[in-house]
Design a protein around this ligand. Sequence first.
Ligand SMILES: Cc1cc2nc3c(=O)[nH]c(=O)nc-3n(C[C@H](O)[C@H](O)[C@H](O)COP(=O)(O)OP(=O)(O)OC[C@H]3O[C@@H](n4cnc5c(N)ncnc54)[C@H](O)[C@@H]3O)c2cc1C
Length: 476
Amino acid sequence: MNVRPARPLTPLRIANSFRGHVSIPGFASPRRLVLHIGFVILTGRPLTYTLSSPTPVKREEGKFFGVVPLMSTTLGERASLGRTETVESTEAQPRRGRNDREVIVVGGSAAGLFTAASVARGGLRVRVLESKPQFEPAPRTLIVTDHFRHQMGAAARESIINEIRRFELFTDGRSAQVALTKPDLIVERSRLIPALAREAEQAGARLSFDTRFLGIGPNARGLRLEVESGGRCEELHAGSVVGADGAASRVARASGWPPIETVPLVQAIVRLPKDCPSDTTRVWFVPDDTPYFYWLIPESPERGAVGVIGEHGSDTKRCFESFLEKKHLEPLEWQGARIPVYRGWVPVRRQIGNGEVYLVGDAAAQVKVSTVGGIVTGFRGALGVSQALLRNGRTHEFAALRRELRTHWLIRRALHNFEQKDYSQLVDLLDASTRQSLGEINRDESTRLLWNVVRRQPRLVLLGLRGLLMGKAERG
Ligand SMILES: Cc1cc2nc3c(=O)[nH]c(=O)nc-3n(C[C@H](O)[C@H](O)[C@H](O)COP(=O)(O)OP(=O)(O)OC[C@H]3O[C@@H](n4cnc5c(N)ncnc54)[C@H](O)[C@@H]3O)c2cc1C
């Protein structure tokens, strides 16, 4: 890991310290990034033909000229190429000749590689396109529930760097502890992604780096993709495309999905304070600073990740600086990006001509909005997409994931309007039996968790309802 000396936090420093790996440096809006990467210089010649098809396929669209936003030239800024459907609604449709056509996954990170491995294991030809020139995923300290262990198999073991057995919640001088029956896992993303890539390759998927997706359109056989690979424009063909290209997904925009809302998340790696055990995560609710929370996640007995989710980049930065100062924590290294806010189910499939496009992970906002965790839910989305591709559209995974994400959305809506007195009351209400529920059932079974907590502490319902109603009143 890259250890840097502590210097004052500035947006520029945050941006620089992300070393180009972070999708939205310095909390800039994702739309700006799309604009920056959304242009390509095109010559008067037709783009090169596909390298992956056995026989060259002729372009079916007109030539492209000049410097233009490719997406809008190909599709029109808001063009709707296809119909967006939940997979369940299309499951009865037979799709002929699917197995002989390639599945192209755009984005070689957590959700994309997980999808690629599952689809390749099921016997389909899979190719992953990753825009980064080489495989050096930026370090990122992640906390996940033990669900992760069941999802991942062998690859999980080498990316787990610590286990968390306790949560300490703080607000306004109060505190409460929750002991976990099954420990949470601390995962290092720069180990996880290579492990997932190996699994995908072993299953038969091909990985192409330095290959950036630019645009998509229908052709007679399925889908035609414009990509830029090693500085050259190419055309590829596939029966199905999976957009796993993150919160600012170009696949989604090019296929007609509307943009999703994002919030800035920033983490600093710090020396672990002496009074913080390495198996304990600390969470601070400070509603004057953020409707979300601050956290300190130990990744080892020596180091931890302290972070915050905010709503507005500059305010978040200012609050985070003063929080670090108050806690005497010196940043050694920075991690950050914008992450999606789930505000309702994003239908994961669109039909474009004879082809189909799916979204997974952050591209489909498959993020638990109560805690803004997207790894486990992104894998669940990936499992759903791979099942849909392999079983002619049939999967129950999306219905379950949708329920899960909706419950987190409900919890977030209530918490989002909490004032200091509400958080104080919340911590006071966490009696022994409520804390037991919180420790026994993990955050990836939110409906069961919510039901159990509420059964043991009914006054929490009133508190939650108050939060929901305050939000309604403010919006009204
Ligand atoms: C600092 C930080 C801490 C976090 N902590 C946690 C946590 O503790 N627990 C948790 O569960 N979640 C956490 N998250 C969220 C989690 O990391 C994300 O939800 C998850 O990584 C999303 O994975 P993804 O594969 O969907 O997208 P991404 O990881 O964003 O991957 C998208 C990939 O697509 C590639 N790409 C983009 N555009 C193109 C293109 N045009 N052509 C080709 N390739 C392209 C990118 O290079 C990238 O490799 C955290 C996020 C951040 C930023």
